[in-house]
Design a protein around this ligand. Structure first.
Ligand code: S3P
Length: 433
């Protein structure tokens, strides 16, 4: 089990290039594989999660070549996937298993989707239920992986009201809808990341978006096109918070995706008083990008607006560190989904904050954090193998006078393989042992 030792640091500087967006990287492999023609992807995230998707599609007969962050996918068309010889191991990746179950429910062959210890505890009934409504046959371990999908079913389109604001469930249903008879529509209770819709449109598929409803008609085809993956705002968030809390900082994060369904963290940090500016806003391949400059900031505690929760869902571990360094109290509610991420992010963050002497109160659907100072850690922080918990506590070292030790940091590789190198090049002092 690997561990971070994050020693105190005060200064953060430089122009940093954050790795590619995880959500778009997954989708580039899935949709590139189902396209007709060759898809060239640049800026692909070389993290374990996206590589799990890549290997799974290779196992289904798709020729995919990778040279660092450049990937070439020889698409097989919507109906060209082959029967994998073994269960598809999706590691830690919720996005892989949930989106792929939509695709695999519609194939002629049977398949089995498995994952690691964390993934095997995560709820899959949220995708199984709508897929069953469409005619899929799926067995699970009491709503959790492994998922055994029986092929050869003909799916029918449905109108599905998402019970939770989840881009993974929305995407799963839309991907199954590509194969279904008639129209498939998904209505979401709040906006969630819309990369699937944008990318399907970019590949020539007619996706009709009306307010909070997305519809498509099965039976079309996807035409390959080049995909440039922008930097991941979820990874950038650690550096945004790091620069806000560091006593002396001035960093610029280059070419970060600022898709409006992902920018909750920018809005939250600005409400807290962050010294954060966007420049050079541009559009590439249907996604918005900007350079983001952040300097040391006097943060204040806030009540986080509920509407921002789904738009910042992966960034709360970092936001909790910002709240710990802010003046006054920060209150988060309406964020129960955090309990079913790679770990229970409300409880696991609260446990780590306790170790650093930060007063907090756990709520069923959120947390209250009293800003103050990080004290000498009373023990090692347990990340529960959650990548974002590990990185969140590593950046706390910019405001802690003592080394912080974090256990179980192996899964940082799933989303941000060069996190330690990049953090150290900017001025932090993190060692992995
Ligand atoms: C993702 C959607 C979100 C997010 C996850 C990636 C996606 O999950 O937390 O990291 O790529 O669609 P939910 O849909 O479960 O909120």
């Amino acid at each position: 089990m690997s561990k971070f030792i994050a020693k105190p640091a005060t200064t953060l500087s430089g122009e940093l290039k954050i790795p590619g967006d995880k959500s778009i990287s997954h989708r580039s492999i899935m949709l590139g594989s189902l396209s007709e023609g060759v898809t060239k992807v640049s800026g692909f995230l070389e993290g374990e999660d996206a590589l799990s998707t890549l290997k799974a599609f290779q196992a289904m007969g798709v020729k995919i070549e990778r040279e660092d962050d450049n990937v070439t996918i020889h698409g097989v068309g919507i109906h060209g996937l082959k029967n994998p010889e073994k269960p598809l191991d999706l590691g830690n990746s919720g996005t892989s298993i949930r989106l792929m179950s939509g695709i695999l429910a519609a194939q002629a062959f049977d398949s089995e989707l498995v994952g690691d210890e964390s993934l095997s505890k995560r709820p899959m009934d949220r995708v199984i239920n709508p897929l069953k409504d469409m005619g899929a046959v799926i067995q699970s371990n009491d709503g959790k992986p492994p998922l055994k999908i029986t092929g050869g079913q003909s799916l029918k389109g449905i109108h599905y009201d998402l019970p939770v604001a989840s881009a993974q469930v929305k995407s799963c249903v839309l991907l199954a809808g590509l194969y279904a008879d008639g129209d498939t529509c998904v209505t979401e209770p709040a906006p969630t990341r819309d990369h699937t819709e944008r990318m399907l449109k970019g590949l020539g598929y007619d996706v009709r978006v009306n307010d909070n409803q997305m519809c498509l008609t099965g039976g079309g085809k996807l035409s390959a096109t080049a995909i440039q993956v922008p930097s991941d705002i979820s990874s950038a968030a650690f550096f945004m918070v790091a620069a806000c809390i560091a006593p002396k900082s001035d960093i610029t994060l280059m070419g970060v995706n600022i898709n409006p369904t992902r920018t909750g963290v920018i809005d939250i940090l600005k409400l807290m008083g962050a010294n954060l500016t966007l420049s050079n806003e541009r559009e590439i391949g249907g996604e918005l990008l900007a350079d983001i400059r952040i300097k040391s900031s006097e943060l204040k505690g806030i009540q986080i607006p509920k509407a921002l929760v789904p738009l910042a869902i992966d960034e709360f571990p970092a936001v909790f560190i910002a709240a710990s360094c802010a003046q006054g109290e920060t209150i988060l509610t309406g964020a129960k989904e955090l309990r079913v991420k790679e770990s229970d992010r409300i409880q696991v963050m609260a446990d780590g904050l306790d170790i650093l002497g930060v007063k907090n109160e756990v709520l069923d659907d959120g947390i209250k954090i009293q800003g103050g100072e990080f004290k000498e850690p009373t023990s090692i922080i347990e990340s529960h193998h959650d990548h974002r918990i590990s990185m969140a506590f590593a950046i706390a070292s910019l405001r802690c006078a003592y080394p912080i030790e974090i256990n179980g940091v192996d899964n940082v590789m799933t989303s941000f393989p060069n996190f330690v190198d990049l953090a150290n090049s900017a001025g932090m002092d993190i060692t992995e042992v």
